[in-house]
Structure formats: structure tokens, C-alpha cells
Write a protein of this length. Structure first.
Length: 513
């Protein structure tokens, strides 16, 4: 095991996230690696340090020990913009933000569960001593290799899904990519030729001018801003003695599609949206449509196994929420029946790949869905670092003992005129959806979440025939153990009805008088 310590000397961390809207915390391991690489190149590029960096970039993503932090309000400053020759362009000014946080503890640790050779550890220690900042120049730090045996316990762990945070990390080849982006050799060669040209005369001047133009037709080469494209999900460790989480039938890593173009639509259009998306998935699969996608067996009878569910991702649960739909989700069962003797990854690529990518070029493409001549949407996979909360998987999957419905639950059969009978049928619906039976359920016509609305404001779920139950209600449920989502319950669960969201366990029950 090896751990690197980072102490923020000014008690502040100043580094901007990729959206340039807020401070980055905890520090991304990739940003720390870039600070170490910068120190390496600026101090002579010692070969032993280079080898140590290449060892570190190939190691698995580190765990992190970082305290909480208080975020300072972003202050925007305005600075003059220089032209290409270093002069100031008139009165033009460009605003710049300097987001910062004040950590509750001034030290952060990155912890790798791998043991380097003694030479590598010593080289990393020398390299850490040269690092003076992580992020902005105002973010002054001291770095060191923690003595063996003194590694602290991590409170952010890589790899567990659903992740609470996504951080940039280094990967094999990062050092070489950073060196290429800096473009040191080309810049140095240009400066040497330019200096020689200034003092040359006659034929030498003509020769050097021709060589400079041949090697650098675009003028002085520039350094490119370094980019890290590798991301890693991080989550907090499960507390010792905590109740085990019960997994639902769907995987937490469901597909999130964000609306890029199209009119604003409310939850009443759920069946139109999910039906159109399902048709798009079926069409993309062509003649490969498996049971886990279609929901029908080889005889076209309704499947008895879990299959793909399509559901809305609406803006609900906040003081001014209005329930408009920001995107759509597509959940795949945790276990599927493979139809062609291939791995799950190969199955998904063959079945769903044509839906998201041009299979000839590999280029990602948008998904067009529509309903008659009423509306048309263009969807894309959600890839932003910080999407709206309703488009974050954790908003729909975080393990919780208490859950509340966002779209109404469609009962499997009509209840008698007794509240207890409705509660019994609702509990049976959870079991039918391969979820634990709740300890307590509360049933109302209005959703507990602001913006989700009334159960009868959504069209009746009519699939299955006229004799099928159309009774739909909103539900709040409490379980004996934490349950993970996405959670969909009731007769319309594969088409977006009966969609639940975690209800904060610290909050009182809804609908209290």
C-alpha cells in the first residue's frame, strides 16, 4: 500500500470543475497526477521520476481520504484580454471565476492498495516534495509520501455502483499524453531557430528562414491545454454494522437519456414517451430482439421474466417543481437470458448498440422519438459531469428504507371499498415486482413529491385489455431494510407507471395533517 498526503497551506482549495461553475472537491486524482507531472517536467525530467509516474498511472484508481468542505460563493473577476503580441485589446475584459472551498481538515490523502518497489517509492517522495500547487496558483500545497503503516482509512472508494461522485483519474499513457500536449521539444526547437535567425547574415539567414518556415509553417508552436478523459465513480463506504441493502430487479447503472431538442412535456405524456422509446429500441435491435427487451417469449406470449423498463425522469421533489420531463430512463434486469451464447456485454452491444451508435463509424448519434404530429424529441446519452439532479442515477437508485411514487401505481385488481384492502393489494404489487414486501404503506391520490401531481391526472393504463384493472394510486412505503432502485411497481411498471424515488429517511411521513 502507498498513500500520498496533500496539505492545503492556505486552508483553501482553489480548483474549478469542468463546467467552470463551482469548486472541485474532493480533488480529482487526475488533477493531483497532473500537478506531479508538471513538477517533474519543470525540474529536469529525472528518468527515475518518469518511471515512477508511469508506474502510478498504471495502478488502479486510488481511494481517497477527504473531509467535507464549505463552498465559498463564486466571485467573478474581470481581466484584460491580451492579443497575440502581448498587448491589451482596447477595453475588452473577460470574466473569470475563482471557485474555492475551505476543507474542514487541511489534509487530503490518496491511497493505492498496491505496493511499489523501494526505488519507485523514493522517486515519488522526491517528486511530491517538488509539488507546490494543485489546481490554481492560489491553491498552495505541501505533498509527501506517507510513511508505511501510517496510511489513513479512506472515506471515498472507487468502483462501487451507483457512484455518488465521478472524478477524473490518470490511466496508462497519461504522462506521455501530457508531454505531447505541452509540446516542449517543438517549442524549444522553434526558439533555437528563431534566435539563430536573429543573429544570422547572408546565406545562413536565408537557410534558417527557409528551415523555420518548413518546420513551422503555422508559426510558433503552442502548448495545448491538458485533458484527462478517464473518469472513475466514487462512493462512500458502507458503515460497519449497517443493514445489508436489498437489490431490486433492475441494475443501478440504467441508461439515462437527456432531452436535447423538443417541447416541454409533462408526466401525462409518459406512455407516449416510453412507448416511442421502446419502439425505437425494438427497431434498432432488428431481428435480434431478445425476451429481456421485448417482454415476450418466443411464442409471443407475455414474458414471465423481468425485462427492460422505460420510464420518465421528471423535475419533481423541489419547492418549485412542475413535473416536466427532462429525459428518459431505460433499466435492464440484473440477470438476463442470453440468446446467442455470448457474454452480457456482447449481447448489449449487438442489441442496443445500433440505437446509440453508428455501427460502421462508431460515432454516437442522437435518438429521435415522436408521437404522431403532436411532438418530436431528440435524445442523447447523458454524459455531463454534473447533470440536473433528476438526470442523476443516484436520485433514483440510492438505497433507502422509505420510497414514494412519482407516477401512480396501477393495481393488479380492483380493491373492495376498504382502505386496508388497497394497502394489501399494493403490498402484493411490490412482491410481484420482485421487491420486498413493505412494512408500512400509505396510499393517497396525490403524490408525496411536489410536482408529481394527482394519480388521475395521468391517463389510465389500458394495456392488457378492457377487463384489466385501471385503478391507480400514489404510494409511500417503508421497508425493514434499505432497498436499491430503480424501483418500478404495479401493472404499468415496464412503461413508466409506478415509478418510485427514495424518500429522505430523516423526513417525516408525507401527507401529515
Amino acid at each position: 500500500m502507498i498513500a500520498l498526503g496533500i496539505r492545503y497551506l492556505t486552508k483553501y482549495a482553489v480548483a474549478t470543475d469542468l463546467a467552470r461553475q463551482r469548486a472541485e472537491w474532493p480533488p480529482h486524482p487526475g488533477r493531483v497526477f497532473m500537478a506531479m507531472a508538471a513538477a517533474h517536467f519543470e525540474s529536469g525530467a529525472d528518468p527515475a521520476e518518469r518511471a515512477a509516474l508511469e508506474w502510478l498511472e498504471s495502478a488502479p484508481a486510488p481511494a481517497i481520504r477527504a473531509s467535507g468542505a464549505d463552498e465559498r460563493t463564486v466571485v467573478r473577476a474581470y481581466v484584460p484580454v491580451n492579443d497575440a503580441h502581448g498587448g491589451i485589446i482596447g477595453r475588452t475584459r473577460q470574466d473569470r471565476a475563482f471557485p474555492r472551498v475551505r476543507p474542514h481538515e487541511d489534509c487530503v490523502h490518496l491511497i493505492w492498495n498496491v505496493q511499489p518497489e523501494a526505488e519507485t517509492r523514493a522517486a515519488l517522495d522526491r517528486l511530491c516534495s517538488k509539488v507546490t500547487r494543485v489546481g490554481h496558483s492560489m491553491s498552495a500545497v505541501q505533498m509527501w509520501v506517507v510513511p508505511e503503516g501510517g496510511e489513513p482509512a479512506a472515506n471515498w472508494l472507487p468502483g462501487r455502483e451507483p457512484s455518488e461522485n465521478r472524478l477524473r483519474v490518470a490511466a496508462a499513457g497519461t504522462t506521455q499524453n501530457l508531454e505531447s500536449a505541452f509540446n516542449c521539444d517543438a517549442i524549444q526547437r522553434h526558439e533555437e531557430l528563431a534566435a539563430a535567425l536573429d543573429s544570422a547574415k547572408g546565406k545562413d539567414k536565408t537557410r534558417l528562414k527557409a528551415e523555420l518556415k518548413a518546420l513551422f509553417p503555422e508559426g510558433r508552436p503552442e502548448s495545448r491545454r491538458p485533458q484527462l478523459t478517464n473518469w472513475q465513480g466514487y462512493s462512500r463506504p458502507v458503515a460497519a454494522g449497517a443493514d445489508p441493502v436489498v437489490d431490486g430487479p433492475f441494475g443501478e447503472n440504467f441508461v439515462v437519456l437527456t432531452k436535447m431538442e423538443g417541447p416541454s412535456l409533462g408526466l401525462e405524456t409518459t406512455l407516449q414517451l416510453t412507448g416511442s422509446l421502446r419502439n425505437c429500441a425494438m427497431k434498432a435491435a432488428g431481428d435480434r430482439v431478445p425476451e429481456w427487451l421485448s417482454g415476450h417469449d418466443v411464442k409471443s406470449a407475455p414474458s414471465l421474466l423481468p425485462h427492460a423498463a422505460f420510464f420518465p425522469l421528471p423535475y419533481v421533489g423541489f419547492p418549485h417543481s412542475d413535473g416536466h420531463i427532462l429525459g428518459l430512463g431505460m433499466a435492464i434486469p440484473r440477470s438476463i437470458t442470453l440468446t446467442r451464447g455470448v457474454t452480457e456485454d456482447e449481447e448489449f452491444r449487438l442489441v442496443l448498440g445500433p440505437m446509440f451508435f453508428n455501427m460502421e463509424t462508431g460515432e454516437e448519434r442522437g435518438i429521435d422519438i415522436w408521437h404522431r404530429n403532436v411532438w418530436r424529441w431528440t435524445l442523447e446519452r447523458e454524459t455531463r459531469e454534473r447533470p440536473p439532479q433528476s438526470l442523476q442515477r443516484l436520485s433514483w437508485t440510492k438505497p433507502s428504507r422509505t420510497w414514494a411514487s412519482v407516477t401512480p401505481v396501477v393495481l393488479h385488481h380492483y380493491p373492495k371499498k376498504r382502505d386496508k384492502d388497497v394497502e394489501r393489494i399494493v403490498k402484493e404489487a411490490f412482491v410481484s415486482a420482485l421487491l420486498p414486501e413493505p412494512e408500512v404503506v400509505m396510499v393517497r391520490r396525490i403524490s408525496a413529491f411536489t410536482g408529481a401531481g394527482h394519480a388521475m391526472s395521468m391517463p389510465a393504463f389500458t394495456e392488457g385489455g378492457a377487463k384489466m384493472c385501471r385503478h391507480q394510486v400514489h404510494v409511500w412505503a417503508r421497508f425493514a431494510q434499505p432497498v436499491s432502485g430503480p424501483m418500478l411497481v404495479g401493472r404499468g411498471r415496464f412503461r413508466g407507471y409506478g415509478l418510485f424515488r427514495p424518500w429522505p429517511e430523516t423526513e417525516r411521513r408525507p401527507w401529515a395533517s
